[in-house]
Design a protein around this ligand. Structure first.
Ligand code: AMP
Length: 545
């Protein structure tokens, strides 16, 4: 049976979902709230005007529909303006991961076919080193936090602020197909070259609407980010558009604070001085902020923070809650734009003790609206949501990358059987809560059993003297693999033996088997991190190897 489709009037307007429409409400907030970034502090009316000026600047630089504009910057008002102006003129925004090696940055910029590069002074040395090998770049615009200093021999079309100051305040943003590519960026790539993911206007608009709704409903007490809230991202804007939350915050017209280069003391100071109420970051950044010197002078009470990108450990969640912080978890990945799931805290959870709440706050949470999540076993059989069966998380949602840039065969691998394969192992509880158990690649197989490296990290993090922990599997002649733990001590009192003793209680209680006790525990000053601040297990394995 066919569905009924009626012919629309010839004069009906087929509203395309374009990023420019996220700004339709901005007029309402014109002078109410501000954007704060370094020395800059301006209203939404000015933001709107600056987006128009930037569009004219890009046009004058020869950029038009289908071209690609790369940005190499810290989190700033400039980046926010690029999030809008670049796609709004029909060009593609390539958010360059400035933490990759120069060789990988070169690879991504050639692969994305960047036409124009907006580059902050701090990254000019990288560009200088690869400039001759950039095949498609026709020009550069200089970004600086020191507009007084023009003391540079960097050959560019000009400095961002002075170009904007000269540009016209009106740009007639065109309408085009909502499926046009708006943004592209590269996965952090554990093996081989980074892979490019890309998102259309339609996908970003739907993701933004979904993000606004999710932020509004995950705490039954109050939205995570109300209109009166103050937002500061602490996940880089180059990585999955800072989880797309700058788009949501702009649409909502909230005060936004862009912290520049992440420096833990500055972050704590901004939280205090600007009254930040809501942020998001990976666990390691939260750890750094709350351990910073400035943290001692900062009252974090009521600061809501979403932790994602890696599992929030119970140890860190408890520590944060003791400081008055309200942590939530979110789950997603570069390929998924990223939002797939987020914790939900309602009155029944709030009535629980702090320890009782930790489980709700550290699990990956409930799927967001419009997200279909299933668990598959290795043969593609769908597994029940019984809180016990573990399988690969496969997803469908309207905002997932539909392939990898210029690598369709890798896209086919990602999308086997019409579902996006996350490479994560999880179980789903009967109440819908997703519990990520591990990356498929990080699971430790020992003596025929498999041990989740995340489970072990969670348990070790509960040791009172453990500050941070990473667990990987290392080859073992007898058992195939055995766990190996790197531990950062919170105090000098921590001994290697006490980590094993701490784990023994979980062996005795039947939570883990005895092979889960790491063969080696190494006390280290720091844990190796990837370019986006996550535990770099590949590097750890290589170093141990
Ligand atoms: P990326 O593409 O670099 O953002 O990494 C995405 C991966 O981070 C996911 O596939 C998960 O393995 C991991 N991840 C993200 N959020 C969580 C979470 N809440 N708990 C555990 N792992 C997570």
């Amino acid at each position: 049976m066919a569905t009924k489709i009626l012919k629309s009037s010839d004069s009906a307007y087929h509203y395309p979902l374009l990023i420019k429409q996220l700004l339709t409400s901005v007029q309402r907030f014109e002078n109410e709230n501000v954007i704060v970034s370094g020395e800059y502090r301006f209203s939404y009316a000015e933001l709107n005007q600056r987006i128009h000026r930037l569009a004219n600047t890009l046009k004058a630089a020869g950029i038009g529909p289908g071209d690609t504009v790369a940005v190499m910057d810290w989190d700033s008002h400039r980046y926010l303006e690029c999030f809008f102006a670049v796609p709004m003129i029909g060009a593609v925004l390539h958010t360059v991961n400035i933490r990759l090696s120069p060789g990988q940055i070169l690879y991504t910029m050639n692969h994305a076919e960047d036409d124009l590069v907006l580059v902050h002074d701090d990254f000019v040395p990288i560009i200088d080193g690869i400039r001759d090998e950039l095949k498609t770049v026709k020009g550069y615009i200089r970004l600086t936090d020191d507009t007084d200093s023009n003391d540079t021999d960097f050959d560019s079309l000009g400095e961002y602020e002075s170009l904007l100051a000269k540009a016209d305040t009106h740009y007639d943003f065109p309408e085009f197909d909502e499926n046009s590519v708006a943004t592209a960026f590269y996965t952090t790539g554990t093996t081989g070259n980074p892979k490019g993911v890309y998102f259309s206007h339609r996908q970003l608009v739907l993701h933004t609407l979904n993000m606004v709704n999710t932020l509004s409903t995950r705490d039954s007490n109050a939205p995570l980010l109300p209109h009166e809230g103050v937002y500061m991202p602490i996940t880089p804007m180059f990585h999955v558009h800072a989880w797309g939350i700058p788009y949501a915050a702009t649409m909502m017209g909230v005060k936004q604070v862009y912290p520049g280069r992440y420096e833990p003391n500055t972050l704590a100071r901004l939280i205090r001085e600007e009254g930040v109420t809501f942020s998001h970051c990976v666990p390691t950044i939260l750890q750094m902020v709350i351990q910073s010197e400035e943290a001692a002078n900062t009252d974090f009470t009521g600061w809501k923070i979403i932790i994602g990108g890696s599992a929030l450990t119970p140890g860190l969640a408890s520590h944060a809650m003791e400081m008055g912080i309200e942590p939530f978890s979110a789950y997603g990945m570069s390929e998924t734009c990223p939002l797939l799931a987020m914790s939900r805290i309602d009155r029944t959870h709030r009535d629980l003790s702090k320890d009782g709440q930790v489980g709700w706050r550290t699990r990956a949470g409930l799927p967001s609206d419009l997200v279909d999540i299933a668990l598959w076993d290795a043969d593609g059989k769908v597994l029940p949501h019984d809180g016990k069966s573990t399988g690969e998380v496969v997803v469908r949602a309207p905002w997932l990358t539909e392939s990898y840039l210029h690598e369709p065969e890798k896209g086919d691998e990602l999308w086997q059987g019409g579902w996006l394969h996350t490479g994560d192992i999880a179980c789903i509880h009967p109440n819908g809560v997703i519990e990520i158990r591990d990356r498929i690649k990080d699971v430790i197989k020992t003596g025929g059993e498999w041990i989740s490296s995340l489970d072990l990290e969670r348990l070790i993090s509960q040791h009172p003297q453990v500050g941070a922990v990473a667990v990987v599997g290392v080859p073992d002649e007898r058992w195939g693999e055995r766990p190996f733990a790197l531990v950062v001590a919170k105090s000098e009192a921590l001994s290697v033996e006490s980590v094993a003793e701490h784990l023994q209680q979980f062996v005795d209680a039947g939570v883990i088997n005895k092979w889960a006790i790491p063969r080696d525990v190494k006390l280290v000053a720091d844990i190796p991190k990837t370019s986006v601040g996550k535990i770099d297990k590949k590097l750890i394995r290589a170093q141990i190897g």
